[in-house]
Design a protein around this ligand. Structure first.
Ligand SMILES: [Zn+2]
Length: 315
């Protein structure tokens, strides 16, 4: 998603700044005079912050999908061919987010989580110039989380603001955030220097990164067919966690008695596998239930989903 800026508006603003500067000086002299000659009481200026929350009262989801996050709270980045100013803006943006959340960003030479590229071309969209672009480029659907495996930012316009608002805006897109309809929020789709990050963005980031980066093997589906004393069964397993799973074991029990044990080789996050067994000889005459269990030697997000049982009806 991209963010736009109003070029003319900006020109107007710098003119306005000079006028405001002069007015300010006049005001300061005025106030000094006031202070020296009328030394009683006080004059207060109060800065009331504008409502800056992501949603304008309506409860809107802030991310493109539910619970979007990178696998780890330490996220790597690479800045490719950017001017000193834009590189500085980007690094400031990382520090900004780091300062108020559990996230940590670090620079790498390759195999980065976030790639930052720069571009000077002036592109228009909907009558406004594009200031930057950013978003996740690879999302894997997990169980509880939608896992961002890679993101990209394209910085086009250098930021003239005190805070690197464009870089922060694009970084928040990469972290899964959508546009806000609140013009005071940094995620509004037209940039301006007064926009700020509402506390709700920081809260959501910290919440979604509470869970440790662990794998989570799940028995998704099983089917079994018994013919005489021979059992055939299929088992679908998936890693719905935040990390690749190393080797584990699948054990099958028939009425509490172990009848099969196989190795499950390592499984990447988001990936699944179907195990098929045919004609396992069962000594019993009748079966009540079959139980399937994945045993791991590593921690998982959830161990409860490692077991499933099916009842075999009388026929
Ligand atoms: Zn945007």
């Amino acid at each position: 998603m991209f963010i736009k800026y109003d070029y003319e508006e900006e020109e107007k603003k710098s003119g306005l700044k000079i006028v405001l500067g002069l007015l300010f000086l006049i005001l300061v002299f005025g106030l000094l005079t006031f202070y020296w000659f009328v030394p009683r009481g006080g004059v207060y200026f109060e800065n009331v912050p504008a409502h800056s929350n992501f949603s304008l009262g309506v409860s809107a989801s802030m991310q493109f999908y539910e619970n979007m996050r990178f696998p780890e709270k330490k996220i790597s980045y690479k800045i490719d061919d950017c001017s000193l100013q834009k590189t500085y803006n980007m690094k400031q943006a990382f520090e900004f987010i780091e300062g108020d959340t559990v996230l940590e960003f670090y620079e790498v030479l390759d195999d980065e989580d976030i790639l930052i590229i720069c571009d000077e071309t002036r592109e228009m969209n909907g009558g406004l110039f594009i200031a930057g672009e950013g978003g996740p480029t690879n999302i894997t659907q997990g169980g509880e989380f939608n896992i961002i495996q890679h993101g990209q930012i394209r910085l086009i316009k250098e930021s003239n603001c005190k805070n690197p608002n464009i870089a922060i805006h694009e970084l928040l897109h990469v972290l899964g955030f959508e546009h806000s309809l609140n013009r005071n929020n940094i995620m509004y789709n037209i940039t301006n220097c007064d926009q700020i990050i509402g506390p709700d963005i920081f809260e959501l980031i910290d919440n979604v990164y509470v869970a440790e980066s662990l794998p989570d093997l799940l028995i998704e589906k099983v089917s079994a067919n018994l013919e005489g004393k021979y059992l055939s069964t299929n088992i679908s397993i998936r890693n719905i966690g935040l990390k690749d799973a190393s080797d584990s074991k699948l054990i099958i029990f028939v009425d509490g008695k172990q009848i099969e044990e196989v190795e499950i080789e390592s499984m990447q996050m988001g990936y699944g596998r179907v195990l098929m067994f045919s004609n396992i000889w069962i000594s019993q005459l009748r079966i009540d239930e079959i139980e399937y269990e994945i045993r791991t030697e590593f921690s998982e997000l959830d161990k409860k989903n490692n077991k499933i049982e099916i009842k075999i009806g009388d026929d």
